[in-house]
Ligand binder design. Sequence first.
Ligand code: ADP
Ligand code: ADP
Ligand code: MG
Length: 469
Amino acid sequence: MTIKKLLIANRGEIAVRIIRAAKELGIQTVQVYSEADTESLAVKLADEAICIGGPMANQSYLCGDEVIQAAKQSGADAIHPGYGFLSENARFSDDVRNAGIIFVGPSGKTMTKMADKARARETAISAGVPVVPGSAPSDNPESALEQAKRIGFPVMIKASAGGGGRGIRVIEDEKEFLSQYYQASAEAQSAFGDGTLYLEKFIRRSRHVEVQILADGENAVHLYERECSLQRRRQKVWEEAPCAVLPDSVREAMCQSAVSLAKSVNYKGAGTVEFLYDDESESFFFIEMNTRIQVEHPITEAITGIDLIREMIHIAAGRSIAFKQKDIQRRGHAIEIRLNAEDPFNGFLPFPGVINSFTPPMGSGVRFDGLIYSGFAIPPYYDSLLGKLIVWDENRESAIYRMARALDELSIEGVKTTQPLFQRLCKAPDVIGGNFHTAWLEQWLETLDTSKPEEQPDSKKDNSLTIAS
Ligand code: ADP
Ligand code: ADP
Ligand code: MG
């Protein structure tokens, strides 16, 4: 099979990213868009663009039938779903294939086994991968309470169909369990169209470490791990590769677990196996698998030199993975920050508006994957991600200094962004020392003196700091 024309069923920075990869492969691009995205960078860069509906995602980017229709109309032979929207929708994956079009991602069958979080837990257990102590899904609150007592409080209630940090609650004790369970189920039903819940032991001080894999249906390889513990509302905001505190033996075991899991379902495509890592006991536990490209994929590209979107397209076209595990080397350290149009000093209030001027940072080891340009009006209908700033350097210490330098160079006028927050993070001793867990950032935000939002932190090198490498 060859892919000559690729339709991008997404928007924002990931649409731009996919268009760039396709162009480098000599593949024509078709961008579908909503009425709110007429002036988007992706629409400007694509060879063709087709409007598929209104501004709200359920009028456009979530309309699988409209997307498939646009692919047929334009003669596209493949569809890349990006992340979010239809990317983990098993039915869409099958519908695309049934329409005779290549879906750049796993089959609906594999997705059902892995993208549904409760089922993925069971798949992981069968594959011998350690999971967080927890329960199978249950629609009976009373028996769920019995399970919670067995697991021991605090527990987490998770929606099987949840994602993006949504559909998760922490329950501290037995008293609040039942009422929270009913609420969580109703919320999951309305947010994801599926009220199925399951339980996990709440691990208070853990790190989020995830393994990137690539698989062609026969072979599976890993591209090492990413550390994503700096989160707000369970969404990653700063990611690194590799994880600075992971002993080599644990890294090896974790990466092997991810590969075994992928092989156990004959996985085909790019995927991420997410774990919680307890650095005291040096143990790790599977939490979920994302059967798609992830927001933070560029840091893996930076340390391995492998273009993940290009590989996804090759695999979808039926090629075997061209390299062996031993050929995948990692070098240096990479960091990504998610630049959002939000006011970090006012409760992260979304800040749609017009970008009056935009100057991206440049120079050695710096990459900006974004959707903005000077004069661009940010539509208010979608998430507030403006772009991702990625830096690479020989080691973690230099990468943090490079991030601080790049952030100082970045200039966006017209809207508030999370840039000043990251400038402060680059100077936080715990970040510099690599001493953090998934709850660290929210605790740090509470202690932050936000009375001086205009203060520009001095990012000059301070050689007295010790940076974990
Ligand atoms: P990553 O793990 O790649 O950082 P996230 O889990 O944060 O990805 O999700 C990536 C994007 O997809 C975000 O825009 C997120 O809001 C969206 N997303 C993921 N899963 C869902 C879901 N089940 N429902 C709605 N949005 C989702
Ligand atoms: P999503 O599908 O929304 O990405 P995840 O299951 O991956 O949901 O969890 C999101 C985040 O919530 C994790 O990165 C981690 O910070 C936290 N988390 C998830 N499970 C647990 C747990 N059992 N104990 C403590 N924190 C957890
Ligand atoms: Mg997750």
